[in-house]
Design a protein around this ligand. Structure first.
Ligand code: PAN
Ligand code: ZN
Length: 194
């Protein structure tokens, strides 16, 4: 048999995407992150708590996925839709993560909206890449990544990464990223942490 142990044999399939609204129509998994899931991530925690109280814990971002074996050789893919808004004057962002298997990369194709991909290495080097409709960002192996929405519409991306990559959120909860993105007087400001 030509099939190896570490990689399941599955049937080919197709998936319909609503590119306008950032929805994967046949998605079997929809991961939802609300404002309360973001406690501890923003600089102005008080502003986040106020938002949760006054707006009833609004949706922050969602990820649509189809099940593919989480194994070497397969490719995970998803649509990630990040709402627009500010906590204080810090732009809405995803939690961000390293891949558990650090030597795995990811492609983000931006379908709508605008913002940044914030990336950092375990040694603290950091880099931002502009995300805008039609632009692709390559997140190389070893780089933690977080999307940030600087616009006033949802930031929608299609992502592809190795099936065995996994997600490590713990290191970001502990150390954060070296820089944050703010919108002040309509100007985007990328500020390094002290
Ligand atoms: C993406 C992200 C998605 C949500 O699918 O998981 O945009 O962001 P957080 O994982 O930071 O909450 C990806 O990078 N997968 O590897
Ligand atoms: Zn990733």
């Amino acid at each position: 048999m030509f099939v190896k142990d570490e990689t399941q044999f599955i049937q080919p399939f197709g998936v319909d995407l609503d590119l306008e609204n950032g929805i994967m129509l046949d998605a079997t998994h929809r991961l939802e992150r609300r404002a309360s899931d973001m406690l501890g991530y923003y600089q102005n925690e008080e502003a986040l708590k106020q938002l949760i109280e006054s707006e009833g814990d609004p949706l922050h971002y969602e990820v649509f996925e189809c099940p593919v074996p989480e194994e070497y050789g397969h490719l995970m893919y998803c649509i990630s839709t990040l709402q627009p808004g500010r906590i204080g004057d810090e732009c809405y962002m995803t939690k961000g993560h390293y891949h558990t298997v650090l030597e795995t990369s990811e492609i983000y194709l931006c379908l709508k909206g605008e913002g940044f991909m914030m990336m950092k290495t375990p040694e603290g080097e950091w880099k931002t890449e502009k995300m805008v409709k039609g632009r692709m960002v390559y997140v190389p192996a070893y780089w933690a990544h977080r999307s940030i929405n600087t616009g006033d519409t949802p930031l929608i991306s299609f992502c592809v990464y190795p099936g065995d990559a996994g997600h490590n959120y713990g290191d970001i909860i502990e150390d954060g990223f070296p820089a944050r993105v703010f919108l002040r007087d309509k100007e985007i400001i990328i500020e390094e942490e002290q």
